[in-house]
Design a binder for this molecule. Structure first.
Ligand code: PEP
Ligand code: MN
Length: 341
């Protein structure tokens, strides 16, 4: 746990906080964070509750993490990070709809999806050319050919494209063809990849690893910002749990926490989280209600023929209905979040 002191806090304020920590039987350490002082409570099996410190004089914020996040935290920057793609903005209070197939399969497929999601009001097109598959025998993606098809779809529709890179070679190609480079859940802690993408000029979408804590996710994002790339979107895509009615468990509870702790935009991917088409629309609406800045939805012209993730892919008409539902809800939800933050 990190207790961040207000910029004008006094030595006595800090000592008082440390006395309370000591009185509870924990150890503490004072350290500088973004031009302020923070008190780190040493990690034990059970941490004291945040509320114990929130009302002490001089305390600005209590973070449920033990490592200081110097660049992704709100202390480093209080205004939201906004990414711009032509006239489209991500993270400025609107709701971004990213849609497209799990994998680019061929020209006909990607152009059909791109046109249908554009007509339905999507803001960005997704599509994998490098697929990190659990089994080596599953479709691995078209590689550079897939990136060329994505670039063609962007030319046809005007939609910015987002695609995953998995290593140095695919990063270089994705930088050439795509507008946003995705770091997949399985690579969230591939630190060499994070350092490389931190040096990229392309905006990034960082997916939460399926076993990553809040702190793991924030520190992976910290790698990207620390290496020089400020344009990062975080994405919750479901975590592993005992629950087996869905592919993963969508942890929507991380959305308001991320919105409070970081200035980065937060997306939710209900497709990979649920694994079932029928759960995608309800979870996407729930993501909007929780305060996410956008959702990423898998769409396929004929999910029964999809080479990857067919059962969770929406048909174009299902996506159009969801997009309309989200667009009509957006102003109401925004107003509700203002009224009851
Ligand atoms: C994807 O978005 O194509 C994907 C593979 O997702 P994840 O990394 O979240 O499993
Ligand atoms: Mn997929």
């Amino acid at each position: 746990m990190l207790i961040v002191m207000k910029s004008g806090s006094t030595r006595e304020d800090v000592d008082r906080v440390r006395d309370v920590i000591q009185g509870l039987g924990y150890e503490s350490q004072a350290l500088p964070v973004a031009e302020r002082l923070a008190v780190r409570v040493s990690e034990y099996a059970r941490e004291p509750s945040c509320e114990l410190f929130e009302t002490l004089p001089g305390v600005e914020l209590v973070l449920p993490i033990s490592h200081p996040v110097r660049k992704v935290g709100r202390l480093a920057r209080s205004e939201d990070t906004v990414l711009r793609f032509g006239s489209r903005e991500v993270g400025s209070g609107g709701f971004t709809l990213v849609a497209g197939p799990c994998a680019v399969e061929n020209e006909e497929q990607i152009l059909a999806v791109a046109r249908s999601v554009r007509d339905a009001g999507a803001d960005m097109l997704r599509g994998g050319a490098y697929k990190p598959r659990t089994s080596p025998y599953d479709f691995q993606g078209l590689g550079e050919e897939g990136l060329k098809l994505l670039a063609l779809a962007r030319k046809e529709t005007g939609l910015p494209v987002i695609t995953e890179a998995v290593d140095e070679a695919s990063v270089e190609l994705a930088e050439e063809y795509a507008d946003v480079i995705q770091i997949g859940a399985r690579n969230m802690q591939n630190f060499a990849l994070l350092k490389r993408l931190g040096r990229s000029r392309r905006p990034l979408l960082l997916k939460r690893g399926m076993s990553a804590t809040l702190e793991d996710l924030l520190l992976s994002a910290e790698y990207l910002l620390d290496a020089g790339n400020p344009n990062v979107i975080l994405c919750e895509r479901g975590i592993r749990s005992f629950s087996d009615h869905s592919r993963y468990t969508l942890d929507l509870s991380i959305v308001p926490v991320l919105e409070r702790l970081t200035h980065l935009p937060v997306f939710v991917d209900p497709s990979h989280a649920s694994g079932h088409r029928s759960s995608v629309a309800p979870l996407a609406r729930a993501a909007m209600a929780a305060g996410a800045d956008g959702v990423m939805i898998e769409v396929h012209p004929d999910p029964s023929l999809a080479l990857c993730d067919g059962p969770q892919s929406l048909r174009p008409e299902e996506f159009a209905a969801l997009a309309a539902s989200l667009k009509s809800l957006a102003p109401f939800m925004a107003e509700q979040r203002e009224t009851v933050p």
